[in-house]
Design a protein around this ligand. Sequence first.
Ligand SMILES: Cc1cc2nc3c(=O)[nH]c(=O)nc-3n(C[C@H](O)[C@H](O)[C@H](O)COP(=O)(O)O)c2cc1C
Length: 222
Amino acid sequence: MHETPHAETVPSGKVYCRATTLALAMNTVVAVTGASGIIYGLRLLENLPGNKTVIVSDDAAMIAKAELGIGKRDIYAEADSHYENDEMYAPIASGSVKFDSMAIVPCSTSTMSKIACGIADNLTTRVASVALKERRRLVMVIRETPLSSIHLDNMHKLSVAGATVMPACPAFYPSPRSIDDMVNFMVGRIMDELGVENDLYRRWSGPRKPVTGSRGSRRTRR
Ligand SMILES: Cc1cc2nc3c(=O)[nH]c(=O)nc-3n(C[C@H](O)[C@H](O)[C@H](O)COP(=O)(O)O)c2cc1C
């Protein structure tokens, strides 16, 4: 295990509500794989409470450089510890070592399809396989379009096996004004699925009231 020097610590003496305390005690493995949308994985790490272990595949590192101009080390800096994807002897590769959840964000269709078929040829696919066999929470954020019937079959298999399959698909009902808003929506939904309270996005609270008076737009006055 490679420790990150400035890992998050729980400030002593602070009183947390039960949900926050539970979240701070959570052990999560985050794997970042070679799909577009590395920002989702990075933003998740920035916001996730508790102990975070990260694995970054080589292809993810290459895409991180292209999309964000950052390297593996910048992603590792947001976690408490990290492993290389070929460190098959890492403790988390064994079902005997407890973690609460695994999130693969973004998840390439290659990694997704391997996991669906029971292939465990690197640390990410092995830990996912452990999560499924041990009935732990596994959230997979797939980023690909369009999807072939092979992808869809594999996603169905994973859903039946207990994984949460979440295509990276931000919604427009919170009226996003920036890419950041859209990223936060997706990351907030991932945190919802991991059971972590968050207010990263505006939840649906019914249609907005139309603007009244002479200054209302034509659309709202109709
Ligand atoms: C620029 C670039 C973008 C990519 N985006 C995606 C993507 O969005 N989804 C996907 O499934 N694969 C994508 N790929 C292909 C994967 O990176 C490739 O299948 C790789 O082997 C995945 O390996 P990994 O899952 O071990 O990281 C992309 C590749 C490149 C070079």
